[in-house]
Unconditional design. Structure first.
Length: 192
């Protein structure tokens, strides 16, 4: 299998068995599937704009977008403080806002972890991208989980977003219908 990286600087061959050497005119190197999935993560600028419009990302905070740092690519964090413009009164309000964002961007969220300490009146949760049926990975055969996540923290009935990873490793908008479009007319008499 061959994959072209977004910057088109190298073509990589990923196989599980030894193969003949590649042609001399192609710059190549051998990579594992995990190398490919990290290098093919992407963040859409429309997602960042949408987060800001919905109040889920402050204007003064920018995601880390250095492609040379694949582990932090797409991460938004501010020393454990709120990265959102809004402090939510309930977890369900925060969760619904995050799900609305995900739906607009063409993916779905699921709760990956959730904890609560009643004595301290605090809790946290992590929402991650749930790749839907029909959403193909950018690299065929990639089974790694999508890196998109939203970490939230609650203290004394105030829910805050403390960290996000905005990167995806799969195509978006699979199975979502944004606009209804019908071509043609209504069916004629079917009793003939």
């Amino acid at each position: 299998m061959r994959a072209v990286f977004p910057d088109h600087s190298a073509i990589c061959t990923a196989t599980n068995k030894p193969s003949s050497p590649p042609p001399a005119f192609l710059p190549t190197y051998t990579a594992t599937m995990s190398d490919l999935s990290i290098s093919t993560n992407f963040v859409e600028s429309a997602s960042i704009d949408e987060l800001r419009e919905m109040g889920l990302l402050r204007q003064d905070i920018e995601p880390l977008m250095d492609p040379q740092s694949p582990l932090t690519y797409g991460v938004v964090s501010y020393h454990g403080r709120n990265v959102s413009n809004v402090i939510f009164e309930t977890r369900s309000a925060l969760q619904q806002r995050c799900r609305d964002f995900a739906r607009r961007q063409g993916f779905s969220l699921r709760v990956a972890s959730n904890s609560w300490c009643k004595a301290a009146n605090e809790g946290n949760a992590k929402y991650v991208c749930k790749r839907l049926n029909g959403q193909r990975p950018l690299v065929v055969g990639n089974v790694e989980q999508c890196p998109f996540s939203i970490a939230v923290y609650e203290l004394r009935d105030q829910w805050k977003i403390t960290q996000m990873n905005l990167a995806h490793n799969h195509h978006l908008h699979a199975g979502f219908q944004e606009d209804t479009f019908v071509e043609g007319g209504l069916a004629g008499d079917t009793t003939r």
